[in-house]
Design a protein around this ligand. Structure first.
Ligand SMILES: Cc1cc2nc3c(=O)[nH]c(=O)nc-3n(C[C@H](O)[C@H](O)[C@H](O)COP(=O)(O)OP(=O)(O)OC[C@H]3O[C@@H](n4cnc5c(N)ncnc54)[C@H](O)[C@@H]3O)c2cc1C
Length: 324
């Protein structure tokens, strides 16, 4: 009996979220007395599947088929459903990214099984698995008892930090050829434009965030400079995207990106709950705000009460001075 983990990748380049899923799944599989296996689907699967033994995967199924190229939720969901049946897996887990949730939902519909999305914790020791899942972007936690015998779930993105297993497993690659017809493949990626190259908002170790207090699109230039000095990226609040100062891909929060950097510098951001849920996984937060009562200031580990237009350039200048 196994717990199957769906690992997402982009043409052979494994998504960090997949490593989070494996990290979460490994102790869970052990507590449930299951062997952990992984599945990587489509073009580049064999490259992406290398090294997953270090995260505790005994077997890595690499699924290939002429119709499985880039991401397609129905074809990927159908592939996972067929693999679950052929291996007799008793649990399925993916990271709760848009893609992870979509694939598991597709598999759940095909297998006619319930699916619990965005779990933060799962206790498999009783007859029913007890889970806590995140709702409404993190502002509500729900406790669930899952009575189904085959358990399908995703782990909330950034709920755990990816780390290799204490005892690595074989990670043997085993190919799998699903039976897919044209009728299964409704949505296929035909073309794509990579908006962010290199470090992205969700994986950046440093994020310099700006809110309404920044004042204009042009006034983000000093934030860009500071981010560049720290090898980080710029993020923003929804007030900023609503004003058209930055693209939506820069937005942090419930309706934007969840970030988990080592440090989040939140400047001119009040810290509304919808913003906070996207930022709360940051390991350290430095708030820069003129209002000492702002939510972001109360929640941050460090704060500077002052005008960001003076504070941000001063930090950049000091970093440059120290770098010599
Ligand atoms: C369904 C829904 C979803 C939402 N999703 C998101 C989301 O994903 N992300 C998000 O961010 N918001 C989201 N919001 C909006 C959210 O509720 C807030 O309105 C928004 O986060 C406020 O942005 P802000 O902090 O930049 O602006 P404000 O709340 O106006 O705060 C501006 C801050 O800047 C400070 N300030 C002003 N001038 C300066 C200065 N010179 N120097 C330093 N500080 C200064 C002020 O003291 C204030 O604290 C959502 C709202 C809803 C209803």
């Amino acid at each position: 009996m196994s717990l199957l983990v769906v690992c997402d990748h982009d043409r052979g380049s494994l998504a960090d979220a997949s490593l989070e899923a494996l990290t979460f799944a490994h102790p869970l599989a052990r507590a449930a007395g299951l062997e952990m296996a992984a599945v990587v689907i489509g073009e580049g699967a064999e490259i992406a599947g290398q090294g997953l033994g270090a995260y505790g995967a005994h077997i890595v199924h690499t699924a290939s088929h002429p119709l499985l190229t880039d991401f397609g939720p129905e074809a990927w969901g159908e592939t996972v459903a067929q693999l679950m049946i052929s291996t007799g897996a008793s649990a399925l887990l993916a990271c709760g990214t848009d893609r992870g949730n979509e694939v598991v939902a597709q598999a759940a519909a095909r297998l006619d099984l319930p699916f619990v999305a965005n779990c933060r914790s799962v206790d498999p020791t009783g007859d029913q698995w007890s889970m806590t899942r995140v709702q409404w972007g993190g502002s509500l936690l729900e406790d669930i008892d899952l009575t189904a015998e085959i358990r399908l779930m995703t782990v909330a993105h950034h709920a755990v930090e990816a780390k290799v297993a204490e005892a690595p497993a074989a990670g043997s690659l085993v190919s799998f050829s699903p039976e897919l017809g044209e009728e299964t493949v409704h949505t296929v990626v035909a073309d794509r434009v990579v908006l962010t190259k290199g470090v992205t908002l969700s994986t950046a170790p440093v994020v310099v965030g700006g809110g309404r207090g920044v004042g204009s699109a042009e006034a983000f230039a000093p934030l860009e400079e500071l981010a560049a000095e720290l090898n980080g990226v710029v993020g923003c609040s929804r007030a900023v995207t609503n004003n058209g100062w930055r693209p939506h891909s820069d937005q942090v929060g419930q309706t934007g990106t969840r970030i988990a950097p080592d440090i989040y510098i939140a400047s001119g951001i009040s810290g509304a709950i919808q913003h906070w849920v996207g930022a709360m996984a940051a390991k350290n937060i430095l708030a820069i705000n003129t209002d000492s009562e702002a939510n972001m200031v109360s929640r941050a580990g460090h704060a500077v009460i002052g005008d960001l237009h003076q504070v941000i350039p001063a930090i950049t200048q000091e970093i440059r001075r120290r770098k010599g």
